[in-house]
Design a protein. Sequence first.
Length: 519
Amino acid sequence: MQLLKSTAKVGVATIVSRILGFVRDMVFARYFGASAATDAFFLAFKIPNFMRRLFAEGSFSLAFVPVLSEVRASGDRAALRDLVDHVSGTLLGVLLVITSIGVLAAPAVLAVFAPGWMIEGRPEFDLAADMLRITFPYILLISLTALAGGILNTFDRFLVPALTPALLNVSLILCAVLLSARLEVPVKALAWGVLIAGFAQLLVQVPALLRLGVLPRPRWGWRHSGVRKILRLMIPTLIGSSVAQINLLLDLVIATFLVSGSVSWLYYSDRLMEFPLGVFGVALSTVILPNLSRKFASKNPEAFSHTLDWALRLAVIITLPAALGLAALSQPILVTLFQYQAFEVSDVQMSAMSLVAYAAGLPAFIAVKVLAPGFYARQDTKTPVKIAITAMVSNMGLNLLFVGALLAIGFSGPHTGLALASSAAAYLNAGLLYRVLRKQGVYTPEPGWGRVWMAVVLACAAMAAALAWQYGDLQGWVQASAAQRATHLVLLIGFGALVYGATLLAGGLRSRHVSKGSS
């Protein structure tokens, strides 16, 4: 039950952040719409945000937490403090160099991610380069925040790290509302909001670290044994832990060759998919990684397998209806949240196309979040990187195939092919991770999976029928007031959830069918 409580705690904190994120995006849509200027900001923000997920939340955290958990399990407090001090000092030194290069060479960095804009000489390129110089230092600040969060998570302190992303949303909202009108280029206010948020997210972790007595005292330690071990683990996880983020960046590269607005449409649909992925997938991954690391360190393979089985069952029960609901209600959600002033009905329709495609891959994205810790907790980073490379290469090929096919048939939203390719690659990644865990004997499914699958499929079918019955049409949603839209959407989601839950219970699914391994 402790795992379930911790997951719920992180999930609730993440919900707060995600709700603020939706408010943030509503402000973006109202003030800036979907334009060349917003395309420029989203890319200038996406690059450091991508590096945050790749290095801070991805590679670094997945290498740091198992090593720190191992040292903590030994009971040597001095060794733990020594590791924290040398890791923080080394990380700070490396990040200062990377940040300096990124700021000075912003156009060259941007050219890698937006070749279409550079080749065509589009004004978005210069604007994005200017904003990237402001947003790039965010990677330094958020990486140090991830270090602090990793320490707190190792001590089973999940709430503060889970709440810190909310500060980014608050900062962006305030800068959009209060600062944008004061600048010659209003959208640059968002870039300053990112930088301000980086400082706030780092500083808010300090009191919790002080209470635990593990506030880092940075010391350079490139040759420190713990630092070198983390570095060895990090190298392959740079790809293995964040293949989904690499795939999303590849989407943006191709999107810069498509019609203006494509980057923004993908951004808004990706943001909506990130809600269930962040609330549940990231929360579950965050909680089970230190738990699995401790069980591996204590040489308890049965408990290790139990934890994975519990996490996968919970993922199936929550993820499948979330994906179905996101696809079925894609247009109402987009209309309710974003279709005001500068964000037009055509933007809703285009964003909905890619949202449906992303929703189709949501179960796979979350499965990767659950399965990958089964490798990282055992300090096996080579296996998932091989799988990730296969998935990433497949995604590149599918990008070209799907987008090319949609362009060939004259489909109005070829950016949808990018989302479809990402979803397909996620399924390949998750499937291969699962197969290897089974083959290695690390994970063995426990009895009761047949009942879980049958109950979930029946409940999803009932929920889909209920949503279709009460959906209405797009024009009715567009003509409704903001309050009417929000009320209808909340009632519709609540109705769907009620039907899903009631059908699960009627199908005989009970907590005992899920709770194995949740201690």
